[in-house]
Design a protein around this ligand. Structure first.
Ligand code: PLP
Length: 419
């Protein structure tokens, strides 16, 4: 390990204005380095106490009275905070609910149903499976055609590709803002404008953006957005997702899972479905109150740090990971498959090598936890508030050691060539 890289990590940690935020998380000693915060964020220590007191005081003591006192509004109260702190969205346009998959379905269906004369959905072949599967099933349900964009897998969907794909036939465009594999950041304002030029709606998947990349949904005239809360928002396994619907569209859209909780008067138990005013109509069933507790804690922490500072650290973390990879791992054949331009790069870095599957398995045994993305990618997710620069260096140092061992068992003097 070159001493200079170690000094650089120490220097970056010492001057990191957010360094102390890391202490707010549960940091067990068995985890040497955690680079999967983009898949499941670490828990906050304060969430332990919050869940305990919720059981004792809020649920245990207030019992069903808490629905009137607090819980009914919780999805929208938390949605508003998420909108203000993370999404760049004014109040009344965000709710926490369901899972990303279910919310994507609800908004996709609502979007295509809003303009029945339009016959196409535009989506891309590199998007996350759930997104692609839903586009196909909604198209089948409504007898629509999917116009697939095939982006460069090492990058993502460009404005020109969207311009070429959309037309007066397009009902909705579904894209991820940050690509889950390459980390490419799509040009959200320009793509949104290109879709609007032909009168189409855009549904943005923000799973790998929320809590990592700054967003300005209102200013960018976004129509619809969905994202999950268990990645950079540390909501915990299976935590509910969020949906954003621009105020100007809310009365026009009807979502397909018409449960009693989205009704104008849920407790009237009336005969016919009548959607509530505003964001409440996008809720279906009883909100998962327990599942929202960790997210509430994390939103407070993100609010304290501020998204501009979170994004600034994210850029430094990914840039450092790329530098270390180029210096330490490139001689062993590792390539960086994420954008070099920080403006086009989210908060993870994809490193590729033919031996990555075995390397990642070896890393997990050592308590170093990134994830493997077939066919040959190590995805290093760098969650800005819980990841240190030293953690990045330690993790990539282990990648170096494992690759050296792998090639040593195959070829001869690798270690001498790459000390
Ligand atoms: C993580 C992720 C999802 C996950 O959906 P769930 O319903 O929470 O399982 C969907 N889309 C993208 C782009 C993701 O990154």
């Amino acid at each position: 390990m070159p001493e200079r890289l170690r000094q650089e990590a120490e220097q970056l940690d010492a001057t990191d204005p957010l360094a102390s935020f890391r202490d707010a998380f549960v940091l067990p000693e068995g985890v040497v380095a955690y680079l999967d915060g983009n898949s499941l964020g670490r828990p906050l220590a304060r969430t332990r106490d919050r869940i305990g007191s919720f059981v004792a005081d809020e649920w245990g003591e207030r019992l069903i009275r808490a629905w009137d006192e607090k819980w009914m509004d919780q999805p929208l109260v938390l949605g508003d905070q998420l909108g203000r702190v993370v999404l760049g969205a004014a109040a009344g346009q965000t709710t926490v609910a369901d899972s990303t998959t279910v919310l994507l379905y609800k908004l996709l269906r609502a979007a295509v149903d809003a303009s029945p004369e339009r016959t196409e959905i535009v989506a891309d072949t590199e998007n996350f499976p759930t997104d692609r599967f839903l586009v196909e099933s909604v198209a089948a349900e409504r007898d629509l055609t999917v116009r697939w964009i095939s982006p460069d897998p090492a990058a993502g969907v460009t404005v020109d590709q969207v311009r070429e794909a959309v037309s007066a036939r397009t009902a909705v465009v579904l894209l991820s803002h940050v690509a889950y594999k390459s980390a490419y950041v799509a040009d959200l304002p320009a793509i949104t404008a290109a879709a609007h030029e032909v009168g189409a709606l855009v549904l943005w998947d923000l799973c790998h953006s929320a809590g990592a990349v700054e967003l300005a949904l209102d200013a960018d005239d976004v129509d619809l957005a969905v994202g999950c809360s268990y990645k950079y928002l540390n909501g915990g396994p299976g935590a509910p997702a969020f949906a954003y619907v621009a105020e100007r569209l809310q009365e026009r859209l009807a979502q397909p899972i018409t449960g009693w909780m989205g009704h104008a008067e849920p407790f009237a138990m009336g005969g016919d479905y009548e959607p509530a005013k505003g964001m409440r109509r996008f809720i279906s069933g009883t909100p998962p109150i327990l599942g929202m507790l960790p997210l509430a804690d994390m939103l407070d922490l993100v609010e304290e740090a501020g998204m501009p500072a979170v994004r600034a650290k994210s850029v430094l973390l990914t840039a450092y990971a790329i530098r270390v990879s180029e210096e330490l791992l490139a001689p062993l054949g590792v390539t960086v498959a994420s954008p070099a331009d920080p403006d086009r790069r989210g908060s993870h870095v994809l490193l590729e090598h033919d031996a990555m599957r075995e390397v990642v398995a070896g890393l997990w045994q050592r308590g170093v936890i990134p994830d493997f993305r077939p066919p040959r990618g190590l995805r290093a997710g760098l969650s800005p508030l819980s990841t240190s620069f030293t953690e990045v260096l330690v993790a990539l140092g282990h990648v170096h050691d494992l690759l050296t061992e792998t090639s040593e068992s195959g070829t001869s003097d690798e270690r001498k060539q790459n000390p």
